[in-house]
Design a protein around this ligand. Sequence first.
Ligand SMILES: C[S@@+](CC[C@H](N)C(=O)[O-])C[C@H]1O[C@@H](n2cnc3c(N)ncnc32)[C@H](O)[C@@H]1O
Length: 235
Amino acid sequence: MNNLYKYKNYNINFVNENMMGPNSIIILEELLQGLTIKRGSRILDLGCGRGLTSIFLAKEYDVQVYAVDLWTSPTDNYKRFQTLNLDNKIIPISAEATNLPFAEDFFDAIISVDSYHYFGNNDTYFDYLKKFLKKDGLIAIAFPGMKHEIHKNIPEEMKSLWPEEALPMWQSIDWWKPKFENHLNNFKINELKCFDLAWNSWLSCDNPYAIEDLQMIKTDNGRFMNLIGLSGNLK
Ligand SMILES: C[S@@+](CC[C@H](N)C(=O)[O-])C[C@H]1O[C@@H](n2cnc3c(N)ncnc32)[C@H](O)[C@@H]1O
């Protein structure tokens, strides 16, 4: 599907051990289709979790990655990067996304998969984040959301399956669009086609959180939940 193939080159046991939600390598591969990332670029992988996307960026694009996360220990990530001989290309950092320890105009690109909705679901965060990106730098973000605005009318059968705290973060394309469009050239926001592929990969691993998510995805059955991707170059 969708001409995605690089994700298949990654050891499935390694991926299963390190996923924290729908397969972020699959999501990133689709997100970056048609976008240019130059060799040697300096990239922020924001909310990198256990570093799967940082690994993909370092390996496939030969770039320098700052792998920033809050919940995952940078030491664990460093050890993981060492086992792959990527510790000279990926710098693990523990930081809060709203208090980043970087210089302004520092990054050639900022990438974020399945984490931006935790801290960026408001009208002010992108104004803060964009300071760290060079002019014309690339931003590429993917997160879970909804196909349509649904919050005033939650379907009865989903009420017990959607985590209450997640709903304010799972928004539609129409809700997200104005938060970015005036800041970016070449702006694009769309529903990602890899929803089933990325979710099935997560649901087939034996992570207890994946087992919890199974009923939610089955009951939703492609009706409401979405994966949204956006990209553009800073004006
Ligand atoms: C569902 S996990 C996804 C991790 C990884 N991007 C992936 O797709 O495998 C969400 C990540 O967002 C990060 N996160 C949430 N809130 C954050 C914040 N305020 N600052 C930095 N990272 C945050 C967490 O540390 C967590 O690793």
